[in-house]
Design a protein around this ligand. Structure first.
Ligand SMILES: [Cu+2]
Length: 477
C-alpha cells in the first residue's frame, strides 16, 4: 500500500539517511571497523593482539569479533542487518543477524575490561541490544522503552560498561523480540577471568554455541515469525546436521562447551562415551562441592550451561539434543503412523488420482533417510547425513565429538572417521542363536518352575478371606 502518510514517512527517512551519510562521515570514520563474515564455517580461535591475555573460545560455525583498543577501552562494532545464512549445504535462509551472519559474532573480553560496543541498525525497523546476564548500569541494559529509546533504522547507539563478572553470556535485541529473535538475532559474549580463578579451570579446548530454531516452509527461505512451538529447523548457531561442524579434540584434552538456549523450548543436551559436570551457568561458576556428574544436561529457555570433561575415550561420539524430534529437519507433523500397514496397493490406487503420491512409514521412518524423492528447492531432507557405515538418519541438533590421539594442540580440523581397533565394534552374529535359559527343559535360571508334588497334584495354599467369605463370595482361591 502506498499512502500519503507512508510517502511522507519514507521521504523523511530518505532525507535523514542522505544527510546522515553526508554529515557524519567523520563520525563514521571514528567508529571501529564493522568486520563482516560471509562464511558459516567454524573460524579458528582469535588470539588477542592487545589487552590482557586470555585463551580464546571456538564458536561452532561462527567467529569472534575483532576489537580495537582505544585509550584503554575495548571497542567493538556490531551491525544489525538482514543476512543470508546457509543452514546446511542445500539450504540458505534469509535471516536477520549481525555483521553478515546469524548468530552474530562472539564477543570476548576479560574480567575488569572497560568495553564499548557500537550498535548500528541497518534493519527496516527499530532494535536495541540487551546484554544477557551482565552486571551493568541500568541504562546500558538495552530494553527499549524501559531503559532507552529504540535504535531507529540508520542510527548507531553506543553501549559502555565494565565486564565485571567472568562467565558465559549472550546478547540479543529487547525490541520486537518475537520477530527479531525468530529471525536469528543473537550472539555470545564470553568474559574470561583475569588470571587464575578458583572455580574456573584452564582448559585445552573451549567451544561455544547457541541453540536456536526456525520455522521455514519447505521451498521458502524466510522464517515464519508467528510460530510459538512447532518449529521445523532445530539449530546450533543457525546450522542443522549435517551442516554443524564436528568438535575435534585431542585425546585427554580438558574440554569446555558453553551452550545458551534462545529457542522457545528446553533442550536436553547429551554426550556419548563421557561424563561431564556442569561447571557454570550465565549466573557464574558453580561451587565445586555443588557439581555432579551427568551425561545429559537440560538447558531451559534463556539459560546457559557450561559443561566440562576430559576427553579420554577415542572415537566418534554423538553429541545431540535428546528430544528425538529435534534431531530432524523440516517435516510435517500431521503424518499418521503407518507402521505395519502395507500401502503399495493403496499407493497404486491413489497415484492414479495424485501422480506424486508417495507411501511412507510402512516399516518405520528410517526409509526416509535413504529416500531419493525430489525435494523442493532450498529444502533439506528430514533426516540425512552419511556416516562411515551408512545413513546416520539424523538432522537438526546433532554433531559429533571426535577424540583422537593424533589431533595436534590448536588443530581444529576434522580428522575424518574413527578407525575402530580390531574387536572393538558391534558386528553381525552368524553363529547359532543362543537359547534363552528360561525355556530350558531343566528349569532354567531366572524363574525356576515349581517341581510337581508327589502324586501329581500341587498343593495350593489358599488363605481364606475373613470378611468377604460366604457362598458366592469373592474368596482368593
Ligand atoms: Cu532439543
Amino acid at each position: 500500500m502506498f499512502s500519503r502518510r507512508n510517502f511522507f514517512r519514507g521521504a523523511g527517512a530518505l532525507t535523514a539517511a542522505v544527510s546522515a551519510a553526508s554529515v557524519s562521515r567523520v563520525a563514521l570514520a571514528a567508529l571501529p571497523e564493522a568486520v563482516q563474515q560471509t562464511r558459516p564455517d567454524t573460524m579458528p580461535p582469535l588470539q588477542p593482539a592487545s589487552g590482557r591475555p586470555y585463551r580464546p573460545v571456538v564458536t561452532l560455525n561462527g567467529w569472534t569479533l575483532p576489537f580495537r583498543m582505544n585509550q584503554g577501552v575495548k571497542e567493538f562494532h556490531l551491525v544489525a542487518e538482514p543476512v543470508q545464512r546457509e543452514l546446511a549445504p542445500g539450504m540458505t535462509a534469509r535471516l536477520w543477524g549481525y555483521n553478515g551472519q546469524s548468530p552474530g559474532p562472539t564477543i570476548e573480553v576479560v574480567e575488569g575490561d572497560r568495553v564499548r560496543v557500537f550498535v548500528t541498525n541497518r534493519l527496516p525497523e527499530h532494535t536495541s541490544m540487551h546484554w544477557h546476564g551482565q552486571r551493568l548500569p541500568n541504562g546500558m541494559d538495552g530494553v527499549s522503552g524501559l531503559t532507552q529509546t529504540a535504535i531507529q533504522p540508520g542510527q548507531t547507539y553506543v553501549y559502555e560498561f565494565e565486564a565485571r563478572r567472568p562467565g558465559s553470556f549472550m546478547y540479543h535485541p529487547h525490541a520486537d523480540e518475537m520477530t527479531q529473535m525468530a529471525m536469528g538475532m543473537m550472539g555470545l559474549w564470553i568474559t574470561h577471568p583475569k588470571g587464575r580463578h578458583p572455580l574456573i579451570d584452564e582448559v585445552d579446548r573451549d567451544f561455544c554455541f547457541l541453540l536456536n530454531a526456525f520455522d521455514i516452509d519447505p521451498g521458502s527461505a524466510t522464517p515464519r515469525i508467528m510460530t510459538m512451538l512447532d518449529f521445523n529447523l532445530w539449530c546450533w548457531n543457525s546450522r542443522v546436521f549435517p551442516g554443524i561442524d564436528t568438535l575435534n579434540v585431542r585425546k585427554n584434552d580438558k574440554v569446555r562447551i558453553r551452550v545458551g538456549n534462545l529457542t522457545m523450548t528446553n533442550h536436553p543436551i547429551h554426550l556419548h562415551g563421557h561424563e561431564f559436570t556442569v561447571t557454570g551457568t550465565d549466573g557464574g561458576p558453580i561451587p565445586k562441592t555443588a557439581r555432579w556428574p551427568e551425561v545429559t544436561t537440560d538447558i531451559a529457555v534463556g539459560q546457559m550451561r557450561q559443561v566440562e570433561f576430559v576427553a579420554d575415550e577415542e572415537g566418534d561420539w554423538a553429541f545431540h539434543c535428546h528430544k528425538s524430534h529435534h534431531t530432524m529437519n523440516a517435516m510435517g507433523h500431521q503424518v499418521p503412523t503407518m507402521i505395519g500397514v502395507p500401502q503399495q496397493d493403496l499407493a497404486d490406487k491413489i497415484s492414479r488420482l495424485v501422480p506424486d503420491y508417495m507411501a511412507m512409514g510402512e516399516r518405520g521412518m528410517a526409509e526416509m533417510g535413504a529416500m531419493q524423492m525430489p525435494l523442493p528447492d532450498n529444502t533439506l531432507p528430514m533426516m540425512t547425513g552419511e556416516g562411515p557405515f551408512g545413513g546416520v538418519e539424523m538432522g537438526g541438533m546433532f554433531s559429533i565429538l571426535k577424540v583422537r590421539k593424533g589431533q595436534k594442540p590448536g588443530d581444529y580440523s576434522d580428522p575424518g572417521w574413527f578407525q575402530h581397533p580390531a574387536g572393538t565394534q558391534a558386528r553381525l552374529w552368524t553363529g547359532p542363536a543362543p537359547q534363552a535359559p528360561r525355556t530350558d527343559a531343566a528349569g532354567g535360571q531366572a524363574m525356576p518352575r515349581q517341581a510337581p508334588a508327589a502324586g501329581g497334584s500341587v498343593d495350593l495354599r489358599v488363605r481364606k478371606s475373613g470378611g468377604h467369605g460366604g457362598p458366592g463370595g469373592h474368596g482368593e482361591h
